[in-house]
Design a protein around this ligand. Sequence first.
Ligand SMILES: *[C@@H]1O[C@H](CO)[C@@H](O)[C@H](O)[C@H]1NC(C)=O
Ligand SMILES: *[C@@H]1O[C@H](CO)[C@@H](O)[C@H](O)[C@H]1NC(C)=O
Ligand SMILES: *[C@@H]1O[C@H](CO)[C@@H](O)[C@H](O)[C@H]1NC(C)=O
Length: 379
Amino acid sequence: MTALFIPLVLILQCCFTATSSHPLDPLTPTEINKARLTIQKSHIGNLPNLTFHFVDTEEPEKAEVLKWLSSSNQKRSIHPRQAKVVARAGGQTHELIVDLATSSVTSDHVHTDHGNPPLTFTELFLASKLPLSHSKFINSISARGLNLSEVSCLPFSIGWYGEEITKRAVKIQCFYRGGSVNVFTRPIEGITMLVDLDLMKITVYTDRFRAPLPKAQGTDFQTPKENSNSAPYNKTKSGFLVSGHKVKWENWVFHVGFNARAGSVISTASVFDSRKKKYRSVLYKGHVSETFVPYMDPTSEWYFRTFMDIGEFGFGRSADSLQPLIDCPENAEYVDGFMAGADGKPQKVERAICIFERYSGDVAMRHTEINVPGKLVRV
Ligand SMILES: *[C@@H]1O[C@H](CO)[C@@H](O)[C@H](O)[C@H]1NC(C)=O
Ligand SMILES: *[C@@H]1O[C@H](CO)[C@@H](O)[C@H](O)[C@H]1NC(C)=O
Ligand SMILES: *[C@@H]1O[C@H](CO)[C@@H](O)[C@H](O)[C@H]1NC(C)=O
């Protein structure tokens, strides 16, 4: 116990003084605002339709971060904070670097190659509402004998099928709620709309066929009310320390970040090597890179459904506040997430991440082995 106690104290001194923020810290709301104001005042600020698609910390080089981590508190230089911003203005995509100390744009690259910036929530929302006032769609719905007030339309990314540089567009598919909140259960098949996102207009409308709607009964998935109360709970003590974005647990230290694209990001994770009496770096940076969901159905209404959930929609952008005792146990600590909206202003996801300790005895996998002759092995 005594032997363990000493490194613990050292760690507390090395990593938990409030003075030094970590170079990989996500942007604070103040920094997000500063990046927005700097860009609005810059050469692209007066171009039409300035929208912010991605705003994140422009990280220092890995070697610099590692040097910062390994130097003592007193010798640590304050890292110049920079933001990287992907913005659209005047119909072009700009990749910008903003120096937050001097409030200046230090780099601007116009992206002309394949690929488009992440979709903003604002444009997805606006696109999904277009059909409801589109006369051809209104006719298609009434021809099916459906009630327009019970229709929800959703924007789907369109995939990429060739060398042409495609316009920024989404396809819209609609669903019939008809008393169910399980929107995806009841697709209104046969109708597809293409929306040009820069024009924010339906440019192609197709109504090819009709198909019966699945029934609404029994499709509800909501948590019964009595289980979803937010009564105060007794938080039990966690066995780790969270200070800003730094986490210390047993012989581990790591940094937890958040951005609109990846959601949770774990970086600079080290474990204390008790033989060498020093920390050993285990992971520089880890997050989910992409989830690619190709539906593999060749019909016109389905072939384009090849979602890139992270690159197109964003895990952080799609994050919702975690509910204590439903999503995370009572010994959890919560970290809020911040990101920029399409207007560049900071948005907060309260309790975006939770950190908790759990015993390793819980079942995490099951394996049944049938390849040992004469035996059925169950683990
Ligand atoms: C700006 O947005 C409007 C409406 O979405 C669109 O009609 C116009 O073409 C856009 N201008 C540019 C330069 O992208
Ligand atoms: C259509 O749906 C709305 C909203 O659910 C409802 O108020 C309205 O009465 C419905 N209209 C018809 C004709 O059923
Ligand atoms: C919290 O602690 C109080 C006092 O010990 C107890 O009365 C209450 O039932 C506890 N609540 C929960 C949710 O465990």
